[in-house]
Design a protein around this ligand. Structure first.
Ligand code: BGC
Length: 262
């Protein structure tokens, strides 16, 4: 029987999606983009320090009895394994060697990536972005609406990482303080009131970037009929197809051989 080579072990990756509110994980078949297990979810420790989040990640590894490759999505700029921002997590993450810390947990391959970039990779490869995931696919902008606003920008199937478009200011207010899902919930806004804010935000991005396609992701994409009627855009507007699993699947992709949008 042939020895189990590297390629054979890299088809299953534990994807971990660290969010401002919850940490979700599942074992992913990265060739199919499918979860092979149920997802485990634990609340993000507060304050969301590196120590707190890494102890939560260790709990997750124990829950899955996992000893294999790990891909992790973080709600921060991630450059060469170092987290460089902290909008909805503790400021200790700024300049933190997250990849180095993750490597201490396993001898298997690991990777970390921005959470919205992870969700975008998953949608491009397996979800709503699939028809545009090729060398003439044009400009695809994925926006995730959740605790914060994340973005993933693709040009002809290639990711431009760490775009952080949730932080642009419109009328002097940061977009994620006005159009994230939690802001609607916190203020008790109607879908229309919130939808008009999302519309203003997406129209601004459309003016700046002229995307061919805009994919709206985050858990709220499952309620698209409630707010899509208020979105008036030139680009082809799509709801993400992979829902809340996109972050987990994309994080796993980033660690696997299929990392990248293609
Ligand atoms: C962070 C991004 C992240 C987004 C969604 C923003 O506050 O700056 O890095 O992708 O939230 O979690």
């Amino acid at each position: 029987m042939p020895a189990r080579g590297k390629a054979a072990t890299m088809d299953r990756v534990l994807g971990i999606d660290v969010g401002g509110t919850g940490i979700k994980a599942g074992v992913v078949d990265i060739a199919q983009g499918k979860l092979l297990t149920g997802t485990e979810k634990i609340p993000t420790p507060q304050p969301a320090t590196p120590a707190g989040i890494f102890s939560a990640i260790e709990q997750i590894l124990e829950k899955f009895h996992w000893d294999g490759p790990i891909g992790c999505g973080f709600p921060a700029i991630v450059k060469k394994g170092v987290t460089r921002s902290a909008a909805n997590i503790d400021r200790e993450w700024i300049g933190y060697d997250a990849l180095g810390q993750l490597k201490k947990l396993t001898s298997h391959p690991v990777n970390i990536i921005n959470d919205a970039d992870a969700a975008g990779l998953a949608e491009m490869r397996f979800g709503a972005g699939k028809p545009f995931n090729h060398e003439r696919g044009g400009v695809v902008l994925m926006i995730t609406l959740g605790t914060g606003i994340g973005s993933a920008l693709f040009v002809n199937g290639n990711l431009l990482p760490n775009s952080e478009l949730g932080h642009i200011e419109i009328d002097g207010v940061e977009a994620e303080k006005n159009a994230a899902t939690v802001i609607r919930e916190r203020n008790g806004w109607s879908w229309e009131e919130w939808g008009r804010r999302v519309n203003r935000y997406l129209q601004t991005l459309e003016f700046l970037l002229s995307p061919d396609v805009i994919i709206v992701g985050g858990g709220v994409s499952e309620s698209k009929e409630k707010f899509f009627p208020f979105l008036n855009l030139q680009a082809c507007l799509l709801a993400a197809k992979m829902g809340n699993d996109a972050g987990i699947v994309g994080a796993a992709l980033a660690a696997g051989e299929l990392g990248g949008a293609k």
